[in-house]
Design a protein around this ligand. Sequence first.
Ligand code: NAP
Length: 273
Amino acid sequence: MTDRYAVIGHPVAHSKSPEIHASFAAQTGQDIDYQRLLAPLDGFNQTVADFIAAGGRGANVTLPFKLEAFALATRLSARAQAAGAVNTLKFDGDAIFGDNTDGVGLVADIVRNAGVALAGRRILLLGAGGAARGVILPLLQQAPGELVLANRTAARAAALAQEFAAAGPIAASDFADLAGPFDIVINATAASLSAELPPVAPGVFGRAAFAYDLMYGKEPTVFMRFAAQHGAAVRDGLGMLVEQAAESFLLWRGVRPATAAVLAQLRLQLQTQ
Ligand code: NAP
């Protein structure tokens, strides 16, 4: 019987996960069925229960349910525990394993796809929301020289830096006091969604800096344009989306698909939309 998977969200119609996983399945010869599941805002747990009863083997979880998925899991990976959020569920009998592949997806896209090393580098992470929290541990596991967090609500960045202090060299700073330059600047704020620029000074971009925006779209974001104007090489978050999916696929199927062709296909689709 074909194994069933789904992405669960609200809304979910925009999700590219079904086509990404269909490509992975075709490429690796795995027989899976992957659908979108729209859960009612107050019905995440019931949607998961119904899906398991209907033969679901695993699910991706997107906004706004990543915290509910964290609470529902009966066992968590270390990276999900650190992120405080779950984007991948694996069902096995009564057990629900929760993982978070967002951060490792970001690291894979930067290191493997963009060819930018993180070890020893000075990294600035903008934002202290769910996405920022999820990427901190995987970034620190790359042994950067320093990871500095800056957030509009400064206290949230300070609290995160304190929470992850034992995991590596991490500090928090107000936007106004940021002591550049940095080798790598990652925008994990939601500012790009409203075409706004986080309040960073051009001095944060070091010589030959690399700037990454977790958001993706047809056009470069305001942050990417600003970083490019100040000499940085820029990249958006489409590769992170594909890489987090590849990590979920690995967890479910035990095989890591190649991602380059899938990423190229999605990029083409975005540009011709
Ligand atoms: P979130 O939990 O709502 O957090 C939003 C963060 O952005 C907070 O730190 C907030 O600061 C900050 N912020 C919002 N508007 C801002 C503005 N105008 N100027 C400066 N800072 C602003 O959101 P999230 O889940 O972390 O998502 C953040 C971004 O990551 C989104 O664009 C999302 O699409 C993207 N993302 C991409 C992927 C991928 O696979 N590529 C995966 C996950 C997320 P305060 O604390 O001051 O409110």
